[in-house]
Design a protein. Structure first.
Length: 236
């Protein structure tokens, strides 16, 4: 939504070349720029939810790129007849046999065994150390200024999702799951117990804290609440 972008950019839209204006341009950046780590949001695969995020319905003046491309509606691939058709074909591709077979690899990188530590390094999947901070790590920082800087880093660049799985994710047809497959400390951002050598890679992690009496939070920053409707306000 434009409001979120304005908050991120101090009340202004980013430069035209950095906006999401073309699928082809975005895809090429992902292939050639190691710092570009975009992920497709769920709306890319949900034609029922609508395609408003691909269309400049408000007629915002978003400028022109250095290559003289006027930024307006997102430029779609040639095989997409319309924004809705684009989403339908994305959904069909997501549910294809190829994606079914390769999806566990993505899960390993984002939520699993290759999201942290030695295996993340081997997979070229490491980020800035502040991206791995969890609430208890923030509380352990020595000064309030460091905590503010860590929260600002999270707001600007995001954080790594919680570790959910300690072993490689099984395929869809593999029904045998071990108890050790699910990470016991979900929501704490810690490593798997058998990866004790990885603490040298992310030195900001403090895995020795006793969390038995602490209430864990799932996010550093709270998600903005949706304003209550008139009916909900009356019921409250």
């Amino acid at each position: 939504m434009p409001e979120h972008m304005l908050c991120l950019q101090n009340g202004k839209f980013d430069t035209s070349d950095r906006l999401f204006y073309s699928m082809d341009h975005c895809f090429n950046c992902l292939l050639t720029n190691p710092a570009d780590i975009k992920e497709s949001i769920p709306e890319f695969y949900d034609p029922i939810a609508g395609s408003d995020f691909l269309i400049n319905t408000r007629g915002l003046q978003l400028g022109t790129t250095q290559t003289s491309i006027h930024v307006n509606d997102v430029i779609l691939p040639p095989w997409a007849k319309s924004p809705k058709d684009f989403l339908k074909k994305n959904r069909r591709a997501l549910e294809s046999e190829y994606c079914t077979k390769t999806l566990p690899r993505w899960i390993d990188l984002i939520f699993g065994a290759k999201s942290r530590g030695i295996r993340a390094k081997e997979s070229m999947n490491l980020f800035h150390s502040s991206a791995y901070l969890c609430p208890t790590d923030l509380e352990s920082l020595p000064t309030s200024q460091e905590r503010i800087q860590a929260e600002l880093q999270a707001t600007e660049f995001g954080i790594v999702p919680d570790l959910l799985f300690c072993e490689e994710h099984p395929s869809k047809n593999d029904l045998e799951l071990l108890d050790s497959f699910v990470e016991a400390s979900i929501g704490r951002g810690h490593h798997c117990e058998d990866e004790t050598t990885t603490t040298n890679i992310i030195t900001t992690m403090n895995e020795e804290q006793d969390t038995s009496t602490q209430k864990e939070q799932w996010e550093i920053l709270q998600t903005p609440k949706t304003p209550a409707t008139r009916e909900e306000s009356l019921e409250a």
